[in-house]
Design a protein. Structure first.
Length: 281
């Protein structure tokens, strides 16, 4: 029992550390966020950091903001982007997000099945171990050997589940959230574009009436500057998102394949060893 708890704790620890490492490396490599004061405090502060949770008012405010954002997204969904790059990215990200969400669910389901299989091996091993203790049976050694086989198989199957969860499911889950962040970035740019178009219309209206023209021009210049700055940042972030995504999937899926081959060889070796022992007896 102690060994099982230690193995489970180690798997959880490795999973947490791996995802934090990816996130912190991303922040450290970001041209703007790596100079953020809060990030430096987090890395360099030697004592414990106390983080205050959101109070009731802040949670309600966040909920209302989320509802407002979803309604705004519906309004902007029919907006045609004049920039072909961003239009292609928008279409791609919607499809990509849905597919990676489905893949994450299926990967989690597979991992749960592998963990359930490992748990089932415990019951099978316990059953054979119980049979081996029955008095006056000629199959005592046979049952004990089979029980030992399933106990070892459980450990291998548990490692298969843990490695799959760490290298595959967590990678999919990370980019599920990352793709959502990319979609939110495109939403903010679409909102900036809508504000810029509204400012252009307001300027035309002010000129036609020859009223508050200077204020309308300043508002139009501010909206245009914000939209252009948002477009530049979005293009850089989306290009970087593609590079990071391809590199991480290539690395982690290669690791998954190598680990599966390793565990498969261990399972074959265990079967051969068990069969050889049974033949000798």
């Amino acid at each position: 029992m102690k060994q099982e708890l230690e193995a489970e704790y180690l798997a959880t620890f490795k999973k947490t550390v791996a995802m934090h490492e990816v996130f912190l490396q991303r922040l450290a490599g970001h041209p703007t966020l790596r100079n953020d004061t809060n990030f430096r405090v987090f890395l360099e502060y030697s004592e414990d950091l106390n983080v205050r949770g959101k109070n009731k008012k802040e949670r309600i405010g966040g909920l209302l903001k989320s509802i407002s954002k979803q309604a705004d997204e519906v309004i902007l969904s029919n907006q045609k982007d004049v920039d072909e790059f961003f239009e292609q990215q928008r279409v791609f990200l919607v499809e990509y997000h849905n597919k990676i969400k489905d893949s994450t669910m299926k990967s989690d389901k597979m991992t749960r099945s592998q963990k359930n299989c490992a748990d089932t091996y415990i019951k099978v091993s316990g059953g054979f171990l119980g049979l081996s203790t029955i008095e006056n049976t000629s199959l005592q050694k046979f049952f004990a050997q089979i029980a030992e086989h399933f106990e070892k198989a459980r450990k291998i199957e548990g490692r298969v589940a843990s490695d799959g969860d760490l290298k595959q499911s967590d990678t999919l889950r990370y980019y599920l959230h990352d793709s959502k962040a990319a979609m939110d970035l495109l939403y903010r740019r679409s909102r900036a574009l809508a504000n810029y178009e509204a400012a252009n219309k307001a300027l035309d209206k002010a000129r036609s009436k020859n009223k508050d023209v200077k204020q309308a021009e300043d508002a139009q210049q501010l909206a245009m500057s914000k939209f252009e700055r948002m477009s530049d940042v979005a293009k850089t972030e989306l290009t970087d998102f593609k590079k990071r995504r391809v590199a991480m999937f290539k690395k982690n899926l290669t690791d998954v394949a190598e680990l599966e081959v390793k565990h498969a060889k261990a399972q074959i070796q265990l079967l051969r060893s068990t069969l050889a022992t049974l033949k000798e007896e």
